[in-house]
Design a protein around this ligand. Structure first.
Ligand SMILES: [Zn+2]
Length: 281
């Protein structure tokens, strides 16, 4: 007989998502109508279309890797021009890795209907964050770049083996240019050596060029889903955003702002990624 798990995922207290099933009422000109939306069903469809089937249990989905997923609505806003903007959250839990769950936000838009906006946000999530999350739940990382780090035991602290899953990175440049390759992409050993930014960029860079800010997360035992976002607009204004398991992580934000200052000014550009750090037995 195998032992049955009694684990039941719970909504993380920090998750601001409100509901998974709702109706939105629309009025335009002399017409009015409602859209009934079941976000769990919508996410399940998106995952199926991305070849990541998941089974449904109430408002939650469960993947083959043992991840539990809960999509929720945060806000919906219809602009004057008829474009709808949605903000949703997806929380991920895993009994062995992150039982209390981590969550991330999806911001998306559509001029078709509300479901299309939310579907767009989920599709983007499925192609980026979901890849890093499921890789973290596998024995071998096969779809992403990854690094394994060993920390020797110190007084009062056991030795640690940590794996860093570098999720697919989004990189947008208004003026694309030929880029020098990140040395780490060619040679995984030199990940931390490169101080100068030749504007090379690979899935290691957002983390490794701000390593000091993330070292405490690498050297601790917990599951760390680190959302990294760094941008500079056409006027040179810098924006950065960093969250740890869904909550703001200010040291990361400060480090990312410094990292942007090393980029050559090339017009609007952003780099965005989810990196997951967790312990290996
Ligand atoms: Zn790199």
């Amino acid at each position: 007989m195998t032992s049955e798990s009694t684990y039941t995922p719970q909504i993380n207290p920090g998750n601001p998502g409100e509901t998974s099933v709702f109706s939105i009422a629309f009025t335009r000109d002399d017409k009015s109508w409602t859209e009934d939306i079941d976000l769990t069903s919508l996410l399940q469809d998106v995952l199926m279309a991305e070849s990541q089937p998941a089974s449904r249990h109430g408002a939650w989905l469960q993947t083959a890797e043992g991840l539990w997923l809960l999509p929720q609505l945060l806000s919906w806003h219809l602009r004057e021009d008829g474009t709808g903007q949605s903000s949703t959250t997806i929380q991920a839990c895993h009994e062995g890795l992150v039982p209390e769950g981590c969550f991330e936000f999806q911001h998306a838009a559509s001029d078709v209907d509300a479901a299309t906006a939310m579907r767009n946000g989920f599709t983007q999530w499925a192609r980026t964050d979901a890849v890093a999350l499921r890789e973290s739940a596998r024995a071998e990382v096969t779809e992403c770049m990854s690094m394994t780090m060993d920390f020797p035991g110190k007084a009062g602290h056991p030795a640690l083996r940590r794996r860093v899953v570098l999720g697919p990175a989004s990189h947008y440049m208004a003026t694309p240019q030929a880029q020098a390759a990140c040395p780490a992409a060619a040679s995984a050993e030199s990940v931390q050596d490169s101080e100068s930014d030749e504007h090379g960029f690979c899935p290691c860079c957002l983390l490794t060029k701000s390593m000091d800010a993330f070292r405490p997360l690498l050297e601790s035992t917990g599951y760390a889903a680190i959302r990294l976002y760094a941008a500079r607009d056409g006027d040179g204004e810098i924006q950065a955003d960093c969250r740890l398991n869904g909550e703001d992580y200010p040291p990361g934000q400060v480090a990312l702002m410094d990292y942007v200052k090393t980029w050559p000014e090339m017009g609007f550009e952003f780099r965005k990624q989810l990196v997951v750090v967790h312990s290996l037995d």
